[in-house]
Every structure is written in C-alpha cells, then in structure tokens.
Design a protein around this ligand. Structure first.
Ligand code: PLP
Length: 938
C-alpha cells in the first residue's frame, strides 16, 4: 500500500473533478490546457530539480532534525530581541488558530470586525505606552519602522535640510537599515555621539533611542528641544516594556515613536516575524504610512471598525505613496495587543519591574565583584567593562548556556527579560569570574526619568484577565470574522490557498521559535541549512542564480531588487540610469518601491487586450533610452493573462541597457511551466505568503525573497551587522526566518510533480470559473486562445451603468452567501478579480459560481425595476441577524431573501456582526484608538 501523497491533500479537485472541469473548459487534459494557455516563447519543458516529495510525516521528521541542530541557549544579547513568555492561551488560540492566521487583510470590514478590534487594541496599546495620540497597525520590524519615521520626518520638516542625525547609541541594525534607505533618497545619515557632540546647525530629523543599545537611559529633553529649534522632527525608538516605567516619548516632545513589540509575547524566531510599531503626534496623522484602523459606523448607525484613510495606500497613490508597505505584521500585532490585554497595565508593569530588578541585581553582583558597569541609569541592559577580556567572558557564558553580546574587545552587553531567572544570573556572574551576591533581590528605584502618567486605562485591558475570559474574548472576536477556515477567499493577486497544518506546526517548536537573530553561528546550523536549501529550491523553480530571503514582504523584495539594479548600474559607471518603466496595470507597491530606490517612474500604457502596449513601450524607451534603469512588469500580468509579448518586452529593455524586474507575485501561474530567470528577467521578488503557503495572517506576516541572475548576486541584501556588506532591507539577516519552515515544508512535500500539478490545477480552476461565469459577467481579458491564467477579471462596468449596482454591492452580497469578495477594482476600476487557487475543491468552486449567478439574477431584478435601485438585497447587503430579525421590516423583498439568498444553507450560515460600514464617515471623524465605553451608548 502506498501512503497518501501530500499533493492530493493540497489540491482541492480530485481526478473526477478535474475531468468535469476540463470538459467545461473544453480541453482533454491539463497538459493540453497549459500548452494552449502558456505562450511557447516562455514555456519551459524540463522537470524541476527538487528532492522526491516527502510525506507529511517525513517532512515533519526532517524539520524536527533541523530544529534539533539549532541550539536554544538562554539569550541575553538584547539589541531589540528578547526572551518572552507567549501566554499559552494566545499561542494556541491566535498563532496556532486558523481563524486568525488564515484571514485576509481587513479590506472588507464587515467580515473583519474581530481582527479590526484586535488591531485597534494594538494601536491603543502603542499610543498609550508612547504617549502619542496615533499609532498604526503595523510595521515590518523596528529598523524599517525607524526608516519610515525618517522619511516621514523629511516630508513633514520644512527646513530643506538633507541631514538626519542618529544617536550613536541606536541599535546597530537600525543604523544599517537607515543608511540603506537614506542613500537612494539623497538623505545624509550622520551618526553622532550626542553625549559628547552637539547637534549640527542643520538637520531635518533626529533619531534617539532609549534604552540605547548600551542599555543607557538618558534624559533627551534638551536634545528634543534643540532639534525643534532647528525645525527638525524627532523620532524616539523606545522599548514599550520600558515605557511602563519610564517617561514616554510623547511627554518629552517627540514627534514620532518607533520600535518593535516583539517582547510582548512574540517569539524571537531568529529575527522575525514580529510587529514593528510607529506612532505620531497630532498633526502628522495624514502622513503616517501603513495601515490604520479607525472607528466608523454601519448602515444602521452602529459602531463599526474599518481601515481608515485608505486613499493613502500605495494602491491608489502609487509613486506618490508615503511608503511601499503593503503586507505588514498583523498576526503578530494581534498577539502583542492580546499580551497587553491579558496582562493589563499592572501586569505589564510588574513584568517590567521584575526585568529591571534582575538587571539591577546583575549589575550589583558584577560591581561587588569589581566589574565596572557604567554610571548611567539602565532598564534591562547592562554594559560591563572588562578590558581585553570581553571575548573570554562571552565564551565562558556560552559554555554555561547563556548568550551575551560581545560589544568590542573590552565590553560585554547583558540584557535581562521576562524569562530571566536567578540561575541565569548565576551563570553570568560565573562567566565574569565573580561570586554571586548574597542577600535577597531588592526592588530598585526606577531607571532614569520615571513615568507618572497612566496607560491602558481602557476597559479592554482590564476585562480579560482570567484565562477563561481571555479564551472567550479570542473566540468571540474570531467568530466575527471570515477566514479560509470558513470558505473560499477568491482574491485575485493574493493567492489565498491552503496553509497546511503540517506546514504550520514547526513554527512554534522552540528549536525554531526561540533563537535570537544574532546568536552565534554554531547554534544556528539547522536554520542556516533550512534557509540554504530553501534558497536553492527557490532559485531552481524560478530559474535564477541566487536568492535572498531577507525581505520580509513583497514590497521589501521589490525594494531590494531595485536597489540591486541601482547598484549594478552605478558600479558600471551608469549612475544616470534612474528611469523605471512601469505598466499602468502594475500593483501600487511597484511604483512606490521605485521611488524609494531613487528612481523616476514612467508609466507604460496597456493596449485594449490588457497587454503591455509594445508601441508605447518603444516610444518610452526611445524617449528615456540613456536614463533607462529598468522595467518592472508582473508576469502573468495583473490582468490575469499570459502575455506573449513578454520576451520581446524584455529584449527591448535589455537592448536599451535597462534591467528587467519581473514582479513574481503571480508565480502560482508559472511554477513548473516557465521560469522568469530564463525568459528574460534579471530579478524578481516572490511572495512566500502567496504561492508558497505562508498564511496571510489577516495582513501579514509575509516573506518576499528577492531572486536574481548571477550579475546581480553581489548586490543582494547584506547582513545588517556587517558594516562593509551590501545594504540591508530588514533588521535581521534572514528577515522573518521563523516562518520559513512553512515554505520549506510546502516545497519538500510537493516536489517537482506536485508543484507542476498545483499550477495546472490553479489555471484550470480559474478557467473553469471564467467558463461558468462568462455568460453572466463579461471576462475582461483573455489570451489568444480565449484562456486566462490563474485568475480572471469579471467586468461589471456595463451592469453598473445600466442598473446602478456596483462592485461593492456584489462584494457585500457575497457575504450573505458566505463568501469573501474577490479583489475589487484592482487592476481595473469597476471589476472583480477572481483567483480560486488549486486548493478549492469543485463543490466550493461551484458554490461560488452559483452565488455569482444568483447575484446576477438579482442585478437583473434591479435593472427591470422589480426592486428600487436604493432598496434591494444588493444595496442593503450584508444582512445581519439583527436586521432580518428586527420587528420592523420596511424593505420591498422578504426577510428570507435578505438572510438566505438562493442556495444558502440555513444551519451553517455566517452572520456578519455589522451592516455595511460607512467609510467616509470614519475618515471625517478620525478615531484610531479604542473608543470609550460611553461611545457605545451614543
Ligand atoms: C501582493 C503583491 C505585491 C506586494 O506584496 P506584499 O507582500 O503585500 O508587500 C506586489 N505585487 C503584486 C502583483 C502583488 O499581488
């Protein structure tokens, strides 16, 4: 008997279903379909060179062996990464719960109230602890949050300076990322020891940090004032746990606060993923990059949450966007916010006091043993001075299972955290060769300027303090939401496929979860082996020569790839090549990333079939020939079609001396059939949270590896701790390493044949949906044989014109049917883009098509006047239980039509908690923290 192959679990349709789908599409086999769909110029006919597919059990055993090759030491390295106890109730019911981790970004607020509330808690937590009024949810890590703060300061400062001053006690990886992001923008980063040096006369911004990398907690008030006098903005990078005890940035006049929330219950994961944070003072809210949850109201006037100020998003603003951030760290922000909900302000304060007491005791013991620890106040981190002995001390501690930070030949950094015990302190003292002090631990005075103001006063931070209450709160919020565990999420471009349990399990094993990113290499053998096979497999499936997994989202992969192109041109003496051609159909991040890489965006038109207009391309190349840096194209295009002109397009750009960037977000349509690295591209990013099964997490985490051909390999992102290396795009060398086992497991279990079958099934499913729906909604674009790739665009514009029913109405009515809407109005306004993926079975595909057809009938009823344009099941969707069970029913259709549209099963019905959310109201009345309980009553 053979064991069931994983691929048969990953794929939704079985053999019989494949046959029925092929019949509907009109092809005899998937091979025939793919031969017809994919242009021969890009077709690759080999077999991927990957290991034979492993079963779930075999893959898990291999991952276990890799995890065992990592050494989980006691980490006292600090530098922004700390040991933390993830409360088990949060680990199991958030991190390990598909209701949270398989959700999508909350663009459809009616089905996302649970995670929106969780993110509002996160924003409130950050705003309270930093004492700044507005925080977003969330940033990719502390270093990139600091970089976003730098560019925000530049936009907001009017003094015209290009100088950004960074305190020498900032985290080294933050300095590395600031430098990398500053250079292409013409910003001069000046790192100064502000204890001994005055601020320069001109600067647009100042970056301070407390506690600093050394652990020192300084009073920065005078520096803040001096910077403000010069017309500069001040960013303070601060540790949120320390801020429960220390005077917060908002109270010393900081304009911006940035940092990480990792130590709020999120495992270190060898560098990530964790949620970074960014908070701003009043007056800067409309410049804040990233996603912002706000409070609004629904059609019944009830309070409802939604993403606020959506027009700032790069989707809409493109090259004028404030930042390229798209996928963020939602799942981790939810965890950190829940950590604060569970511990409450007093619990957090107790944790902070204990951490500080441990550090104080540690320092006291060292001093009693004759080791100098510096005179400055500290919170959790002590710098010990041991002339010429630092390396020996660090080695002696490592022998005792404790990692310390080697600052230089004379200094050792030691950071305490929530997990520090007396035993750990004894190991450290022993490593320094000093005796453990006698006597009981004391409660020391607070470190540095103390905090006197309250925080986390909102009832949510007080109401869920028992495990029973917490469990129920998490369940209640999860029940509000629609995720992949309820049904299909057919979002075009987002590839919401199966996130298999076997892929997910390893990420919470200590051998992967509990490693510090700067742990000694000898302790991370398993991780590095996993990463190098993953990079090798990704290179094989894409046809590139080298891959870096450092970028922690697709947007960051884009930036890394464009920076590689930029460096390549500069090294060849062609620094003047700065124009980046981008087709009008591109994802908004492309243009925003190009601007961040110091490039100028020139838009190339698309023709009537949705393809890159080769005539316009010629014209744009002719016009910008000498300055041409690159073209950025998505393949298959965001129009969901395999363009046959792609090879010509690449050749034309190369002839003009430009490089070709292929946005790899749509790789799910190519794997096993075509390799971008071989059909003419020089560099791509991939989205491991799309094609390679990392779950979307409600808007992150993600991983956006950058893949390049050999000539760009020297320019791949470097180690942020290596000052001589290539520029880094994230704080940790391997970015969000903690979730790489997911993609590793997917590749390992699918193998060459499995991946190829997945691609074929994804393309078959999209063509099946197109075939079934074509008679009801025009399919906007298709290739030469009338086929689409892995997604299809349904054009509603004519229907909207004739009946007034909009894509919004259809999207919301799909909620009544128990579906998440397809992608709305991207890449074409007034359309819906459907990507079914290979994981949905035929029954679910049919349920979706049936729902869309039923909706089309309702549109016709509106068109013929059966129902008025302003009062019909589409316009009133989604229908809540409260609405259809109300004593009043003033609508011209029965309640049952509202509640249970054709074909909807009564028993398993998903009820959204709110009616349609009024977006404009929320933007006019911006509230981005937990509303007071009285606001409930209004
Ligand atoms: C998702 C996507 C991106 C951006 O990726 P993130 O991981 O969200 O930053 C870029 N391009 C396309 C076509 C995409 O679909």
């Amino acid at each position: 008997m053979t064991v069931e192959q994983f691929v048969n679990r990953h794929l939704g349709p079985d053999t019989a279903a494949h046959a029925r789908m092929l019949e509907a599409v009109g092809y005899g086999s998937v091979e025939e379909l793919m031969d017809a769909a994919i242009p021969e110029v890009i077709r690759w006919h080999g077999t991927l060179d990957l290991p034979e597919p492993a079963t779930e059990q075999e893959a898990l055993a291999q991952l276990r062996a890799l995890a065992d090759r990592n050494t989980v030491a006691v980490s006292m390295i600090g530098l922004g990464y700390h040991g933390t106890h993830t409360p088990p109730v949060i680990r199991r019911n958030v991190l390990e719960n598909p209701a949270w981790y398989t959700a999508y970004t909350p663009y459809q607020p009616e089905i996302s109230q649970g995670r929106l509330e969780a993110l509002l808690n996160f924003q409130t937590m950050v705003a309270d602890l930093t004492a700044l009024p507005l925080a977003n949810a969330s940033m990719l890590d502390e270093a990139t949050a600091a970089a976003e703060a730098m560019t925000l300061a530049r936009r907001a400062s009017r003094n015209g300076s290009a100088v950004y001053v960074v305190d020498a006690d900032a985290l080294p990886q933050t300095v590395a990322v600031l430098r990398a992001r500053a250079e292409p923008l013409g910003i001069e980063v000046r790192v100064l020891d502000l204890v001994t040096t005055d601020l320069p006369a001109e600067l647009f911004g100042l970056h301070l940090q407390y506690p600093g990398a050394s652990g020192a907690v300084r009073d920065h008030r005078e520096l803040v004032e001096a910077a403000h006098e010069r017309g500069a903005l001040v960013t303070v990078a601060a540790d949120l746990l320390a801020l429960t005890l220390l005077r917060p940035p908002g109270e010393i006049g900081a304009d911006i606060a940035a940092g990480t929330t990792q130590r709020f219950g999120v495992p270190m994961g060898y560098g990530g993923p964790h949620a970074g944070y960014l908070a701003v003072r009043a007056g800067l809210e409309r410049m804040l990059p990233g996603r912002l949850v706000g409070v609004s109201r629904d059609a019944a006037g009830e309070r409802a949450y939604r993403l606020a100020l959506q027009t700032r998003e790069q989707h809409i603003r493109r090259e004028k966007a404030t930042s390229n951030i798209c996928t963020a760290q939602v799942l981790l922000a939810v965890m950190a916010g829940m950590y604060a909900v569970y511990h409450g302000p007093d619990g957090l304060r107790r944790i902070a006091e204990r951490v500080h007491a441990m550090a104080d005791r540690l320092a006291g013991g060292l001093r009693a043993g004759g080791v100098e620890t510096g005179a400055e106040p500290f919170f959790d981190t002590v710098t010990a001075v041991v002339p010429q002995r630092a390396a020996a001390v660090v080695a002696a501690a490592a022998e005792r299972g404790v990692n310390l930070r080697l600052v230089d030949a004379d200094r050792v950094g030691i950071a305490c955290d929530e997990t520090t015990t007396e035993e750990h302190l004894r190991a450290v003292w022993a490593a320094f060769g000093v005796d453990a002090p006698t006597g009981e631990p004391q409660s020391p005075a607070p470190a540095g300027p103390a905090r006197s103001t309250a925080y986390l006063t909102h009832p949510v931070f007080h109401a869920h303090r028992s495990e029973t209450a917490m469990l129920r709160y998490l369940r209640r919020l999860a029940d509000f939401d629609y995720a992949l565990d309820r049904g299909m999420i057919p979002l075009g471009s987002c590839t919401m496929k199966l996130n298999a349990t076997a892929e997910m399990e390893p990420i919470s094993w200590p051998g992967f979860a509990d490693l510090h990113p700067f742990a000694p290499a000898a302790q991370t053998t398993g991780y590095r082996e996993l990463i190098s096979s993953l990079e090798e497999w990704l290179a094989e499936v894409t046809g590139y020569d080298a891959v870096s997994v450092q970028p922690n989202a697709g947007s960051q992969g884009e930036l890394a790839g464009l920076l590689a192109i930029r460096a390549y041109h500069r090294d060849r003496g062609e620094a003047h090549r700065t124009v980046c051609l981008i087709p009008s159909s591109a994802h908004g991040t492309n243009a925003a990333s190009a601007v961040m890489a110091g490039m100028r965006v020139v838009v190339v038109a698309c023709d009537a079939d949705g393809n890159v207009d080769l005539v316009d391309l010629d014209a744009k190349i002719a016009k910008h020939r000498d300055e041409l840096a690159a073209i950025m194209v998505t393949y298959p295009s965001t129009h969901g079609v395999y363009e046959s002109g792609i090879a010509t397009c690449c050749a034309k750009v190369h002839d003009a001396g430009g490089q070709v960037y292929v946005d790899g977000a749509n790789l799910n349509a190519l794997l096993g059939f075509a390799k971008p690295g071989q059909f003419g591209a020089d560099v791509s990013h991939l989205n491991l949270h799309k094609t390679f099964c990392i779950p979307h997490g409600g808007g992150g985490p993600g991983v956006g590896p950058v893949a390049v051909r050999a000539h760009l390999a020297p320019y791949l992102p470097g180690d942020p701790l290596d000052a001589d290396g290539a520029p880094a795009v994230s704080a940790a060398r391997y970015g969000s390493a903690g979730i790489l086992p997911i993609a590793w497991a997917y590749l390992r279990m699918m193998g060459a044949e499995g991946l190829t079958r997945a691609t074929g099934t994804a393309v078959l499913a999209a063509n099946y949906v197109a075939a079934r729906l074509r008679a009801h909604y025009p399919v906007l674009y298709s290739g030469s044989k009338g086929l689409v790739a892995h997604e299809c665009i349904l054009d509603l514009r004519a229907l909207t014109k004739a009946t007034g029913v909009t894509v919004d109405d259809v999207a919301k009515r799909l909620i009544d049917h128990g579906f998440h809407a397809p992608t709305m109005s991207f890449p074409v306004a007034g359309t819906l883009m459907v990507e079914p993926t290979e994981s949905e079975d035929l029954a679910e595909l049919d349920r979706f098509c049936d729902a869309m057809i039923a909706i089309r009938r309702e549109i016709d009823e509106v068109g013929t006047g059966t129902w008025p344009a302003g009062d019909n099941p589409l316009r009133n969707a989604p229908h809540t239980a409260a609405m259809v069970s109300a004593d009043e029913w003033p609508h011209p259709y029965p309640r049952s039509v509202g509640a249970y549209p054709a074909g909807v099963e009564r028993a398993g019905k998903y009820w959204p908690p709110v009616r349609r959310v009024d977006g404009a109201y929320g933007d006019r009345n911006l509230v981005c923290a937990c509303p007071s309980p009285e606001a409930f009553e209004e």
